[in-house]
Design a binder for this molecule. Sequence first.
Ligand SMILES: [Zn+2]
Length: 259
Amino acid sequence: MPSILTVSAFSDNYIWLLCDDKQRYGAIIDPGDAKPVIETFEKKNIEAVAILITHRHSDHVAGISALLKKYPDLPVYAPKTEKITRRTHAVEQDDTIELEKIGIKLQILDTFGHTAGHISYYTKGLLFCGDTLFSNGCGRVFDGTIEELYQSLQKIAKLPVDTKIFCAHEYTLDNIGFAKWVEPENQDLLQHETTCLKLIDQDQATVPTNLADELKTNPFLRCDQKTVIEAAEKFAGKSLNSPVEVFTTLRRWKDTQYD
Ligand SMILES: [Zn+2]
């Protein structure tokens, strides 16, 4: 089993280090900053083997150059359709990456929406999904479309429910606040809030989350549920005829009233 280390960066980013079970080798996912990554590798004596990028935003890629200076031959896997300087391997849906030293194969999923070419990295039990799905929330739409983001979340929702979700930001408590606007009586959500408040209080990350919990608590994955539909219709002031309309309404509601 791979071992995954959490590196905090900036105010709320997570850079994930995907390592082999003995933590001898590590792949770096979305290095917005090189310094804390290099510090962790040096402290733990881990050898860097690859950089994996989910999308082009600077808080996910700004550390690439400094990492390549330190580790010159690292392959840089990144979305095929996004402009990412220093990319060595352009990847897209259904491509597979083999990280031999870590003993893992990762499948690429196109998860467009937050950006037009955003991808995620999946292997049985683990998903690294950048800014597509967050615990109890989802990414904003920058240069993708809301329909693409909806389809990307649906794609994630169909993965095995025990999949751990490694998203790139600590947004959970903030997201729970909005999720409670939508489903104030969702007991799973309220319980999740209690758990997360304790974790934050102890200075611990609330992520990774897992798909089973997200399906019970994340309104953006629950657009076919009666409570969520009713809340979205109340905000929209009209009836909504499909889950994608509910999803679009939730995203607009959060963007315009909550954030
Ligand atoms: Zn982003």
